[in-house]
Design a protein around this ligand. Structure first.
Ligand code: CP
Length: 312
């Protein structure tokens, strides 16, 4: 199974070909079914994953470590201040040294450029565990979860409400890469930036994906099969909280909005959620919500990615 993906690293979803994405989804399904049968193949026997975190995490931190253990490997949690990453040692030197010890690196970093530099000098695969621009493993999990719930991805409309977060950016890239129907709805000031839209446009020209950006909530919710939202502000944006609350208030996902979506619509959120802000309790805890299945699938998707990148 070693190096079955065409790319050494997964820094953005643009690094993956459509065949890679299909392989990840098919392998995820196999490993998830195997897990529920009580079968955990030792595909990562004696393999090690270095996990660098510059920011806090629940899902990424725990699911990657559990993924390694379930497949027979081991993960090292490397906290800020615990290793010399750009402090006392260049990022390139850290990458060179870690490459001599571990089989892969997963990193959650403040700046995407730091991740790119880490990957440039690493001999082993580097997986993005979230940066200021992208969260590709989350988007892969989300779209895998959509396929699990609906089957044919080309037959669903996905509508994202709120801010162009790293998750929204990654969903835009992945959905356009797969030729899907995706609407981003939020105040124009917070729309996705050129860096992301360049990737999206490149993908649209290849796949004919139906990608829309709009401020019109009625247009976005009409016929939506998947309603998705994310935090209105993240670490480092706290000083903008009041301004952002005002800007995004109309775009809150509440039961009134969900009732305007397709009758079989589901609600998704990458979590953590700020209840009462971007989503109300009755939606996240209600019948529309598949957020816990989505969170669980992080584990199975990560096992697939790790097995395909470094598995035996
Ligand atoms: N969705 C996600 O990445 O969650 P964590 O921040 O808890 O890792």
């Amino acid at each position: 199974m070693a190096r079955a993906l065409s790319s050494k690293d997964i820094l953005t979803c643009q690094d993956l070909s459509r065949q890679d994405i299909r392989l990840i989804f098919d392998t995820t399904r196999e490993l998830k079914h195997a897990f529920y049968r009580g079968d955990m193949p030792r595909l990562l026997d004696r393999k090690t994953l270095g996990m660098i975190f510059e920011e806090p995490s629940t899902r990424t931190r725990v699911s990657f470590e559990v993924a390694m253990v379930q497949l027979g490997g081991h993960a090292l949690y490397l906290r800020p201040g615990e290793i010399h990453l750009g402090v006392r040692e260049t990022i390139a030197d850290t990458a060179r040294v870690l490459s001599r010890y571990v089989d892969a690196i997963m990193a959650r970093l403040l700046k995407h450029e730091t991740l790119e530099e880490l990957a440039r000098y690493s001999r082993v695969p580097v997986i993005n565990g979230l940066t200021d621009w992208f969260h590709p493993v989350q988007a892969l999990t989300d779209v895998y979860t959509m396929e699990e719930k609906f089957g044919d991805l080309k037959k669903i409309k996905v509508s994202f409400f709120g801010d162009a977060t790293n998750v929204a950016n990654s969903l835009l890239v992945l959905c356009s890469r797969l030729g899907m129907n995706f609407t981003f709805c939020g105040p124009k000031k917070y729309w996705p930036k050129e860096r992301v839209m360049k990737m999206v446009e490149e993908n649209i020209s290849e796949t004919g994906a139906n990608i829309n950006l709009t401020e019109d909530i009625d247009e976005a919710i009409k016929g939506a099969n998947v309603v998705y939202t994310d935090l209105w502000w993240w670490v480092g944006q706290e000083h903008e909280a009041e301004e952002r609350k005002r800007a995004f208030a109309l775009y809150q996902v509440n039961s009134a909005l969900m009732k305007k979506a397709d009758k079989n619509a589901v609600f998704m959120h990458c979590l953590p959620a700020a209840r009462g802000m971007e989503v109300t309790d009755d939606v996240i805890d209600g019948p529309w919500s598949i957020v816990w299945d989505q969170a669980e699938n992080r584990l199975h998707v990560e096992k697939a990615i790790l097995a395909l990148l470094i598995g035996r």
